[in-house]
Design a protein around this ligand. Structure first.
Ligand code: NAD
Length: 415
């Protein structure tokens, strides 16, 4: 089953549970607009190379389309369509007035010079200019796209429009209209949700161990915040492997060591009896909560049975395959799904857009004061749907999103 087919399957499953109107299911199963563009770039060796890119706009009933742009050699239309669909659901889960979109360019950015990457980005903006804008479609960073790339997008779009249009894109550096709190928003939002979940399940942080797969941007911030709340972080990993330490890891020391050595696998000396393991070994290690913060498809049919955690929080997008989802449900493992757990990122992106449009900026404290109630309310809605329909949290998240979308679509009229 393709990634997009799987997203549609999740919509159908939840629709069945909530007895959703078939017309709404049909609408939500089709992206509104699909763009394919090509960008010729003169490379540093003098040759012209043509790159292919996409932008998918899934639904804009709640507000402008919103979703990142991915630069990767394996990006394809199916993936972009799936991620755009999930963005519509994610924004609806947290109840922010944005729809879902996603973009991508087939490129390995590590093979391009900075000048080539900037040319490619500016050409992409030129190609999709008519279809984006602060009130139309607002891209953001995703895999391999950085705040610097977002600044180029804002600059190019503003030049084309002959006026400052910083709200065309989010995830920008602070000096180009970025928001306070965007750097750790995804992890902070995930922690607010986990806090509510822990209260409902009587989880005591001081007696709870956590493994985090993926000690990158999202995973490292998550480790820092959770260890500050008293949780014991017993394992972390990156693309080179993992480090397990039953006694608990000092997160500040791990961060410093990874920055210096390049991988957590070189940091076993900072922990008594620290064990370097491969990624499969880390996923199968003992812990109470497993946080998936690396990439998609990490827990699959072949390794789901090895998981020992009682709870999983998906900070990454789509880290568990549908087959693994079923196996884990059978084992009684509860999963806090991606479209809620990592929605803090898009929520602060929304704040960035609002601040750009007002041209008035909030402090880091104000951002947290606004983020916290949004995440808590979203959790409460989801928890109620879970109880009402006796379903999984993932199904409850789709029910929560589609309940909101149905009302909006019907209020505006289908025809
Ligand atoms: P990142 O590139 O900063 O971090 C990813 C980390 O995962 C890196 O440390 C990498 O070494 C590690 N990794 C790669 N393959 C691995 C493997 N097989 N096992 C263990 N570790 C592995 O990316 P990020 O921004 O932290 O994003 C991580 C995930 O969270 C992605 O799925 C992303 O889509 C999702 N996400 C991120 C944000 C955000 O704001 N950063 C928002 C929403 C969703």
């Amino acid at each position: 089953m393709s990634f997009f087919e799987n997203a549609i399957k999740q919509i159908n499953e939840a629709a069945e549970i909530m007895k959703l109107d078939k017309d709404i299911v049909t609408i939500l199963s089709h992206p509104k607009r699909i763009l394919t563009v090509t960008m010729p770039v003169r490379m540093d060796n003098g040759e012209v190379k043509v790159f292919e890119g996409f932008r998918v706009q899934h639904n804009d009933i709640p507000g402008p389309y919103k979703g990142g742009i991915r630069y990767h050699q394996q990006v394809d239309m199916d993936e972009v369509k799936a991620l755009a669909t999930l963005m519509t659901m994610k924004c609806a889960v947290v109840g922010i007035p944005l729809g879902g979109g996603k973009g991508g360019i087939i490129v390995n950015p590590k093979e391009l010079s900075k000048r080539e990457l900037e040319q490619l980005t500016r050409k992409y903006v030129e190609r999709i200019e008519a279809f984006i804008g602060p009130e139309i479609d607002v891209p953001a960073p995703d895999v391999n796209t950085t705040p610097e790339i977002m600044a180029w997008i804002a600059d190019e779009y503003s030049k084309l429009k002959r006026k400052n249009q910083l709200g065309v894109v989010t995830g920008k550096p602070l000096e180009v209209g970025g928001s306070q709190g965007r750097g750790d928003a995804t992890s902070q939002g995930g922690c607010y949700v986990l806090e509510e979940f822990a209260k409902e399940r009587n989880v005591d942080p001081s007696k709870t161990s956590i493994i985090i797969q993926g000690f990158g941007n999202a995973g490292a911030h998550m480790a820092r915040i959770l260890s500050g709340q008293g949780y014991k972080i017993v394992g972390v990993s990156d693309s080179q492997g993992g480090l397990y330490c039953e006694a608990g890891l000092d997160v500040a020391k791990i961060s410093a060591c990874k920055a210096e050595q390049g991988s957590v696998t070189k940091c076993d000396s900072i922990c008594t009896n620290g064990k370097v393991v491969d990624n499969e070994g880390l996923l199968a290690s003992q812990c109470d909560i497993l946080i998936l913060a690396a990439f998609e498809n990490q827990v699959r049919e072949d390794n789901a049975n090895n998981i020992k955690a009682k709870y999983i929080l998906e900070l990454a997008n789509g880290p568990i395959t549908p087959e693994a989802d079923k196996i884990l449900a059978g084992k009684g493992v509860e999963i806090i799904p991606d479209i809620l757990a990592n929605a803090g990122g898009v929520t602060v992106s929304y704040f960035e857009l609002v601040q750009n449009q007002m041209n008035y900026y909030w402090t880091a404290e104000e951002v947290q004061q606004k983020l916290h109630p949004i995440m808590v309310d979203a959790w409460k809605r989801l928890s109620e749907y879970q109880k009402k329909y006796s379903c999984t949290l993932r199904q409850a998240a789709f029910v929560s999103a589609m309940t909101r979308l149905e009302k909006m679509i019907k209020a505006r009229g289908i025809e």
